[in-house]
Ligand binder design. Structure first.
Ligand code: ADP
Ligand code: MG
Length: 865
């Protein structure tokens, strides 16, 4: 077998260690990819595929190759990362010009979706998490870190059940995860990571070794034990944090000292929300478009800085459960709410603050340039102004957040060192201020005034020799002293004769040679010196990472609080009263998103009253499109908003904190999820019944709809009874249903109240009143809704006839049924002789039919005729 070329041998040995990555192999000004990597990259990036000789003696055997210029690599890397690849960056470790033989190369960094730091690849409104998941027999844990800001936290749970862990992962929604074997073997975790979160994950059991984890934790956080790090009680947490640090270290190969403050997401501080609830309540993205527009966050977000935006997002995803914590946030929001002028000035000032969290991340990481340092300086300039504006604020949280270091020393240091408008590159000089370094100033002087330097030497040499000489320059000899031939005898001994021309001779001196070298290299020297000064400065600032992170967090909090206050003022929200009463009493509540999205018509406010006693469960009936789902979600959203510390869209609201909110939206409403089978629905309901407590709020929107009428109704009724029964669950539940028969429960069990959302028939039309009223609905208005949906008049007419026929045939049920309308329905049906048709119709419950199903049914019937 012939030998491969030395460079390809180097390539293969590096590739062998990084098989799960696309290898960007630096060759001069390009990153080249070979083999399968080249095939993949050329396809994904539309690059031209070429080839290269694999073996020296065998030019016939080629290996596919493609490449990207190194200066534009970031864009290509970003595109590959977005498609779920990992990129190993292999650099030349020595200067090819001076290297003997093959240039030494090695991996300097592995870019992965969960370890991004480049602004171009990150969404500024969203944290980007890497996650390490450990599932053991006795406990489990997840560690999350955002390399771009240095945020790192761990959540841990005891017991074998991974339910809490799943919800934690859903809330953080990591871009990438590393799993131990136990986590890897968990099907639910698989499903969540792959199908729901689109996370890139891999098993990496070796990283979870407890002893190694402990020593990594000690090194990273400067502690001597797990106890000191706050995770002594959880072996799982130790392994998860250790694995995350190990993965970070192996992929980043650089300073990670900004990951210095390990936060513990201790149980019970935040409300736990499962992924169904997060999604169906559209907290941070619309379930239809997956965009932020149409979500609760979209309504609440009036932040002015990227870090405020990310913090607010995390508040929305993790409402609080402690009335004290909620009260602190609410008090701070109220202060800002009532100071309109101050608030708008604060927002104007915050607008000038940059992404300090990610700037310090880049500074520590070592990728920050001159412009990044300036952005940090300009942000720091705003801090005294912000603190002055906030001076009158007295609430506890505000007082605490205001106790910050205003970083003026750091701002001044940058201001003093770096020019106002530095170039993009820090390698080419031209951005260190005059007066910072004598040597830089001297060299710049030289460069600017090389003719002056020559003239000075000329004068000096004339005086020394008394001869009429000149200093000149040409490309061949560089600088020289020219003396007419007549005078060229008896030159000083240090003159070196270089050239003899017809009428003059040219000499050089040591001093001239030095000047020449100085001038020729001055440009490079200045650039190198400037970079050195810059790198020193960057390191100095990096050593202040803790101070800058703490201040950034306060500024982010001001921004997020101010955003909540601004939204409250603009949208006419009220301050909720949050307590432990177990009561939810909302007057004139509105749906925060629907009222904003719906521009043509006014939103009709509604009251909600629930308690732990007679009004635990509300059964909500009403025609399709009446507003049942909207009403139930609005109630859940108002509760969540209150627990986030936000004002709420209502005239008044008293919210007894709930420990969790669960939602289950009926199969037919959940089409976006793709596979809304009855089975999925029932699994979710089962999960809710298992996890809910008497302090939970349940939103059950038309459950049991995914199966046949009687089955569905039976399941719905049983679930309803279970929720209501205080010996079982006794939770607060909002329960919408098409099964009017269920309204009978109100009389049979305590704690249930019937409500309906009213609609009126006018002529053949239906008018939605959008008002919730006590009592069950008496009509589904299914046919009218079908009419609204644009089903042809003749079909609607037939449907009415069919309905009349059915109703005259129906046995009285617990819900009141309608009298047949005058018409010839039954006659016609009999005329058609369709006993089969009649049978089908008998079995059909129009109350549960969607307009589309009704149309399909008519289609079927007509076919039979
Ligand atoms: P249902 O669940 O009863 O079928 P939805 O809750 O889906 O009805 O409401 C249908 C539409 O009615 C919503 O998309 C919204 O545009 C409108 N709507 C609902 N509630 C209100 C309200 N209180 N005020 C104004 N419009 C409303
Ligand atoms: Mg609905």
């Amino acid at each position: 077998m012939p030998e491969v070329t030395p460079m390809m041998r180097q390539y293969f040995s590096i590739k062998e260690r990084n098989t799960d990555c696309i290898l960007f192999f630096r060759l001069g000004d390009f990153y080249e990819m070979f083999g399968d990597d080249a095939l993949t990259a050329s396809k994904e990036l539309d690059l031209t595929l070429t080839s290269r000789d694999r073996r020296a003696e065998d030019p016939d055997e080629k290996i596919p190759m493609c490449g990207v210029p190194y200066h534009s690599a970031e864009g290509y890397i970003g595109r590959l990362i977005a498609k779920g690849y990992k990129i190993a960056i292999c650099e030349q470790l020595e200067d090819p010009a001076t290297a003997k033989g093959l240039v030494d190369r090695d991996i300097v960094r592995i870019v992965t979706p969960g370890t991004l730091i480049e602004s171009s690849m990150l969404d500024e409104g969203k944290s980007n998490y890497l996650c390490a998941l450990y599932v053991g027999a006795l406990d489990n844990a997840a560690c999350f870190a955002d390399l771009s800001t240095g945020e790192i936290s761990v959540s841990y749970f005891s017991g074998a059940d991974v339910g809490h862990l799943l919800n934690e992962v859903a809330a953080f929604s990591p871009a990438e995860a590393v799993l131990n074997a136990g986590a890897y073997e968990n099907g639910e975790l698989h499903h969540l990571l792959s199908d729901k979160l689109g996370c890139l994950w891999q098993q990496d059991d070796g990283r979870f070794d407890p002893a190694q984890s402990l020593s990594r934790i000690a090194g990273q956080f400067g502690v001597t034990s797990a106890d000191e790090a706050g995770i002594g009680g959880s072996p799982a947490a130790v392994c998860a944090v250790g694995a995350l640090l190990s993965y970070m270290a192996d992929t980043q190969k650089t300073d990670l000292s900004h990951l210095s403050n390990l936060r513990i997401n201790s149980g019970g501080k935040f409300m736990e929300l499962d992924i169904q609830t997060l999604r169906s309540l559209e907290l941070v993205s619309s379930s239809r478009t997956l965009e932020k527009k149409g979500s609760l966050l979209w309504v609440l977000d009036k932040t002015k800085t990227p870090m405020g935006r990310r913090l607010l997002r995390s508040w929305v995803l993790r409402p609080l459960v402690s009335t004290v914590e909620v009260g602190r946030r609410l008090a701070a929001v109220e202060e800002l709410f009532s100071e309109t002028v101050l608030r708008s000035e604060l927002m104007l000032t915050l607008r000038n603050v940059g992404d300090m969290e990610r700037l310090i991340g880049k500074i520590v990481y070592g990728t920050a340039g001159g412009r990044d340092l300036k952005a940090l300086q300009y942000s720091i300039v705003q801090l005294p102004k912000i603190l002055a504006l906030l001076a009158p604020m007295k609430s506890g949280l505000m007082a605490e957040l205001k106790k910050i270091d205003d970083l003026q020393d750091i701002g001044a240091l940058i201001a003093k060192t770096i020019e106002d408008d530095p170039p993009f590159s820090v390698r080419e000089g031209g951005f260190i201020r005059q007066g910072v370094s004598e040597e830089v100033d001297y060299l710049r002087g030289l460069l600017k005034d090389s003719t002056g330097a020559m003239a000075a030497i000329e004068t000096k040499e004339r005086e020394r020799t008394g001869k009429k000489l000149k200093v000149g320059y040409n490309k061949v000899f560089g600088y020289y002293i020219e003396i007419p031939r007549a005078l060229s005898d008896n030159v000083p001994g240090d003159y070196i004769r270089k050239q003899t021309l017809s009428n003059c001779e040219r000499f050089i001196t040591q001093e001239l040679k030095e000047l020449e070298t100085t001038l020729l290299t001055a440009k490079d020297r200045v650039a190198a010196l400037e970079y050195e000064i810059f790198a020193d400065l960057r390191e100095r600032i990096a050593s202040e990472v803790g101070r800058i992170q703490a201040t950034s967090y306060s500024v982010a909090s001001f921004d997020a609080l101010c955003s909540l206050a601004e939204t409250a003022a603009k949208n006419n929200y009220c301050m909720p009263e949050v307590d432990m009463s177990g009561v939810i009493d909302i007057r004139d509540g509105r749906h925060p998103v629907v009222e904003k999205m719906q521009t043509e018509s006014l939103f009709v406010p509604n009251d909600t009253f629930m308690d732990m006693d007679g009004a635990r469960t509300l059964i909500i009936t009403g025609p399709n499109m009446a507003g049942k789902s909207t009403y139930m979600r609005q109630t859940a959203l108002i509760v969540l908003m209150a627990q986030m510390g936000s004002f709420v869209p209502a005239r008044s609201a008293r919210i007894g904190v709930v420990d969790r909110v669960f939602t289950r939206i009926g199969a037919s409403d959940d089409l976006s999820a793709g596979k809304s089978t009855f089975m999925v629905e029932m699994t979710e309901v089962a999960e809710i019944l298992k996890s809910a407590t008497s302090r939970s709020l349940l939103i059950l929107d038309e459950i049991g709809r995914g199966t046949s009428t009687y089955d569905g109704m039976a399941v719905a009724r049983a679930v309803l009874e279970y929720c209501t029964d205080r010996r079982k669950l006794g939770a607060k539940a909002l329960f919408s249903t098409h099964y009017h028969e269920l309204t009978a429960i109100e009389k049979e069990t305590g704690g249930v109240k019937n409500y309906s959302i009213s609609a009126k028939k006018r002529g053949g039309d239906i008018i939605f009143l959008r008002k919730i009223v006590p009592g069950g609905a008496d009509d589904s208005y299914g046919i009218e809704v079908a009419g609204l949906a644009g089903i042809p008049d003749s079909v609607i007419k037939r449907a009415k006839a069919v309905l009349a026929a059915l109703e005259s045939d129906r046995k009285p049920a617990s819900a009141p049924s309608k009298k047949p309308e005058p018409g010839d329905g039954q006659m016609t049906l009999l005329d058609l002789g369709g006993s089969e048709i009649a049978e089908t119709l008998k079995k059909t419950d129009l109350n549960t039919l969607t307009p589309l199903e009704a149309l399909n049914l008519l289609f079927e019937l007509k076919k039979k005729i």
